[in-house]
Design a protein around this ligand. Structure first.
Ligand code: ADP
Length: 341
């Protein structure tokens, strides 16, 4: 189960975050490249008095894809309907949603890579021609009817771009990769969160939380809330550097790079059980009793970003940086010896 505090995946405790969501592009911290591009997209659409082009965001969970869909809605002054790939089970479900859209409205589809085939087939003409092809009746008397829809915008989000089918991807006018946030952006997001939640937070405390947040706003806000509880019980409410570091390191076991117990187990498995790799993702997952999908979506992107693992055609390998971080001598790896000796 993915119940780690440093997981970017949404958890029940995150649902009250709506108040913390930036409402406009001006409020939106970080992701400068994406934000700049979106400004142009919005301005062009407004100038032409047309709805926005379809937009696809991809990247690890918790980086702000859903937030951006709402921001786009606010900037364009339209409604945003939120749904997710797995919850649109039948083509009829999608047809029902589409016929309720008004001109310009945004349909946000999270985990769009998990849409079923039949549903995708309905989505293609809807996105391209703003039309719904429906079959009325059965057997020889069945008739194809084309229903026109108002022009609307699909904003899709996925953690796995590779799983999006080529025809679906081709229907998005704009495709943006979301990156992990810089340390500076995370500090601002955490300070803003503290202001909105009325939590006394010292600058050095924000710094401690930011460096353990894996460049992920959802994780940063979650850690801020947990530190708030600890500070209330132990330090009259103010989150200082000392309080944040003590709580996150000793109680949450999150180290100064933001790695938790699962990350360390992934690295140790590769290094100690499989001589540094390469070893297949499924094998690693089985060794530490985690789901391979969770490792691939949540843990691996950040370990790759830190340069601690390499993805090779034969599996994942630990790098020198991982050995150093875990204090394991790098040259202890037998496969580093010269093969021709
Ligand atoms: P995703 O859809 O990528 O999983 P969300 O849009 O749900 O991520 O964002 C996760 C949380 O992080 C949100 O609740 C929001 O409050 C916060 N958040 C995301 N991006 C930003 C940002 N740029 N500035 C401030 N807070 C953000």
């Amino acid at each position: 189960m993915d119940d780690r505090i440093v997981s970017g995946k949404r958890k029940p405790e995150d649902t009250i975050d709506a108040a913390l969501r930036p409402k406009t592009l001006g409020d939106y911290e970080g992701q400068e490249r994406v934000v700049q591009n979106l400004r142009i997209l919005i301005e062009a659409a407004i100038k032409r008095s047309e709805p926005l082009d379809h937009v696809l965001f991809y990247g690890p969970p918790g980086l702000g894809k859903t937030t951006l869909a709402y921001v786009l809605g606010a900037e364009m002054g339209v409604n945003v309907k939120v749904t997710a790939g797995p919850s649109i089970e039948r083509a009829g479900d999608l047809a029902a949603i589409l016929t309720h859209q008004r001109k310009g409205d945004i349909l946000f589809i999270d985990e769009i890579h998990r849409l079923g085939r039949a549903v995708e087939e309905v989505l293609y003409p809807a996105m391209e021609d703003f039309a719904l092809d429906i079959v009325i009746g059965k057997g020889p008397s069945a008739k194809n009817v084309r229903l026109n829809l108002p022009r609307f915008t699909v904003v899709g989000a996925t953690t796995r771009l590779a799983l999006i089918t080529a025809p679906l991807r081709a229907r998005f006018g704009a495709v943006y990769r979301m990156d992990f946030y810089s340390h500076e952006a995370m500090v601002s997001i955490i300070k803003r969160g503290a202001r909105l939640l009325n939590v006394p937070l010292e600058d050095a405390g924000a710094n401690e939380i930011a460096r353990r947040s894996r460049g992920t706003p959802r994780v940063g806000i979650r850690l801020l809330k947990r530190c708030r509880d600890f500070a209330q019980v132990r330090a009259e409410g103010t989150i200082t550097a000392h309080i944040a570091a003590e709580f996150l390191s000793n109680y949450m076991e999150i180290d100064e790079l933001g790695l938790d117990d699962v990350d360390r187990r992934v690295l140790k498995t590769i290094i100690e059980k499989y001589e540094g790799g390469p070893v297949g993702l499924e094998t690693i997952a089985a060794s530490i009793s985690e789901e391979a999908d969770t490792i691939e979506d949540v843990y691996e992107p950040f370990l790759l970003q830190l340069g601690m693992i390499d993805r090779t055609p034969r599996g994942r390998a630990a790098t020198r940086i991982a050995y150093q971080h875990l204090n394991i001598p790098y040259n202890a790896k037998p496969r580093q010896e010269n093969m021709f000796d």
